[in-house]
Design a protein around this ligand. Structure first.
Ligand code: PRP
Length: 257
């Protein structure tokens, strides 16, 4: 047998053998430390590992990683928009943006500079990356980071964490957001960027929750409207900093919220 590192799976039910065989190449963790912490019977694990090694020797899987806990998929209650649905919508928006800016002649300003897209970190990163490639006219892009710290005494308080790298005066600006909720962040961005005298200003958001709006703001491009107050993760959106890399937009199971 070739020497190799074996990673094993475990779950709260400890249906170890079943999970090992079912979980595939979804992720990994070194088994030893985890099992020690859990005070799992190492002898039993060894027996299972031996059976597993025997099983793996006949499989064309190298390296073979197994997942130690629930995958992101298993933590989701419901997928709202699959990666495929998102991609289709992003392509449509990209086409609409391309033809709108071409039609208004704004795809290039008087000095020959193209449209500049502004990605609002961090949630919009995935959408931005796909949208940029779905736009058929030349685009420059830049990034801004905004933090909200609102509470009951100062609702909607937001501040700038990272500004654009380049001036936007006289430029056609398209802000790219992942989600618009109360509208406070988008209005803060709009006020700040309009003060720099761009040639034009538009906002594109992947998701919009219009019924949550506390400050009105006009959206120029919207991917999907959410009519229920759902806390969504995936495709850039997070819960406590994680799940941004989940490829679909989904709802977390209550036990993971
Ligand atoms: C989200 C989203 C918007 C903002 C919208 O950012 O990206 O910027 O909330 O909410 P609002 O309409 O109520 O102002 P978040 O604060 O979650 O930061 P992130 O993008 O870094 O995850």
């Amino acid at each position: 047998m070739n020497p190799r590192t074996i990673y094993i799976a475990y779950g709260s039910n400890c249906e170890l053998e079943t999970q090992i065989l079912l979980s595939g190449d979804l992720g990994y963790i070194k088994a030893e430390e985890k099992l020690k912490k859990l005070q799992v019977d190492i002898g039993e694990v060894e027996r299972i590992l031996k059976a597993l090694i025997k099983f793996l020797e006949n499989k064309p899987l190298n390296p073979f990683y197994l997942y130690w806990e629930k995958t992101m998929h298993e933590r989701m209650e419901r997928i709202l928009f699959t990666a495929e649905t998102i991609q289709r919508r992003v392509q449509d928006i990209g086409k609409a943006i391309s033809s709108d800016y071409q039609a208004t002649g704004a795809a290039k300003d008087r000095e020959g500079r193209p449209l500049i897209a502004v990605c609002i970190l961090q949630g919009a990163v995935m959408f931005m990356a796909d949208l940029m490639r779905a736009i058929e006219i030349p685009v420059e892009y830049d990034f801004m980071s905004i933090s909200s710290y609102g509470n009951s005494t100062s609702p909607g308080a937001v501040r700038l964490l990272q500004d654009l790298s380049h001036p936007i005066t006289g430029r056609d600006v398209l802000v790219v957001e992942d989600i618009i909720d109360t509208g406070f962040t988008a209005n803060y961005i709009k006020r700040g960027l309009l003060a720099r005298n761009p040639a034009s200003f538009r906002i594109c958001t992947l998701l919009d929750k219009p019924f949550r709006r506390e400050e009105a703001i006009k959206m120029d491009y919207v991917g999907f409207f959410l009519e229920e107050d759902l806390f969504v993760v995936g495709y850039g959106m997070d819960y406590a900093g994680i799940y941004r890399n989940f490829p679909h937009i989904a709802l977390l199971k209550p036990e993971y919220r």
